[in-house]
Design a protein around this ligand. Structure first.
Ligand code: GLN
Length: 316
């Protein structure tokens, strides 16, 4: 297995210059576009890795899958889906247009920015240890500890957010601000708009590595039971909802093409990460910050397509 992963990393290093790092969040443009990492976590809790699988990066939109799982567990389906739909858009991840033109009256799904900002507004505050923290910080802290558990991190290895990336996005987020204020106008955001945005930027700047994403993918692949401990961390229904929306919307307007070629539920982020789940087989985490025009990792999509073909992981 390790050899296969090494081969795919080698192939992808040759492809990486075919894309460029995201630059609309200025701090992301400073990341080395040649980094490539791949990790696979199997059903027995084993981890296989190659390349830069332990380089931490900001997970950006991969956080949308974690936040959705957490809010579904904490608040239930109605709280989420009364305010966000379950349908793909075929539009870019940061598109605003359908908020006004659609009769749905809410964002199409939780994997685009509009839907994810609504989900971030529903994040519960961390119960303990947040004394004195601002509301968005307390909400992000709750999500970070959930993400730590979902990635099988030890209690001493807490998930952190990248302050530079956070500040960089916060200072340049005119489009997300526009989306959030429009959501407020539609009655979909309770409370302070800036606080919901803060929670969203904090979740996007969480730092994980490909090995973390692989373990979290294996948690989804086994419908909420952690293969490394046998413990149930998510309801079956939660895992299935998240995977279904990953399959249809996880790579935005590239979801259909990726589905045809890789056949896996997956979630990408403009930090270069992708998390994928192969039902009752394994979780896969990839990292490669050079992106295609839709904002998906060039190396990551290549490696996942190849891995799915090599190991026959097609779920669809
Ligand atoms: N934080 C990014 C944004 O809101 C996340 C986008 C992404 O990863 N596709 O624009």
């Amino acid at each position: 297995m390790k050899e296969l992963l090494e081969t795919l990393v080698r192939e992808s290093r040759a492809l990486a210059p075919g894309g460029a790092c995201a630059s609309y969040i200025p701090a992301l443009a400073a990341v080395d576009p040649g980094l490539v990492g791949l990790a696979l976590a199997d059903g027995e809790g084993h981890l296989f890795e190659a390349g830069d699988s332990r380089v931490r990066f900001s997970i950006q939109s991969v956080s949308k899958a974690f936040a959705l799982a957490y809010v579904l567990e904490e608040r239930g389906e109605d709280a989420v889906f009364s305010r966000v739909g379950k349908e793909p858009t075929g539009d870019p991840f940061n598109s605003i247009i359908r908020l006004e033109t659609s009769r749905l009256g809410k964002p199409y799904n939780p994997m685009i920015n509009a839907g994810a900002i609504v989900v971030a507004s529903l994040l519960p505050e961390a119960v303990a240890g947040s004394g004195g923290a601002s509301e968005p910080s307390a909400r992000a802290a709750g999500l970070r500890s959930f993400v730590g558990r979902a990635c099988g991190r030890g209690s001493g290895d807490a998930v952190t957010s990248d302050e530079t990336v956070y500040a960089s996005e916060r200072g340049t987020a005119n489009r997300n601000r526009s989306i959030a204020w429009f959501l407020k106008e539609l009655g979909l955001l309770d409370g302070d708009v800036e606080e919901s945005l803060e929670a969203y930027f904090l979740q996007c700047s969480m730092l994980l590595d490909a090995a973390d994403l692989a373990r979290a993918g294996s948690l989804l692949a086994y419908d909420g039971v952690a293969p490394w401990s046998g413990e149930r961390l998510l309801a079956v229904r939660t895992a299935r909802i998240v995977k279904s929306l990953m399959a249809t919307c996880g790579l935005y307007d590239g979801s259909g093409e990726f589905g045809v070629d890789a056949g896996l539920p997956a979630k990408s982020g403009v930090g270069g990460g992708i998390l994928a789940a192969a039902k009752r087989r394994c979780g896969i985490g990839s990292f490669g910050p050079a992106l295609d025009p839709r904002g998906n990792s060039v190396a990551g999509t290549h490696m996942l397509k190849r891995l799915s073909a090599e190991l026959d992981l097609f779920a669809l």
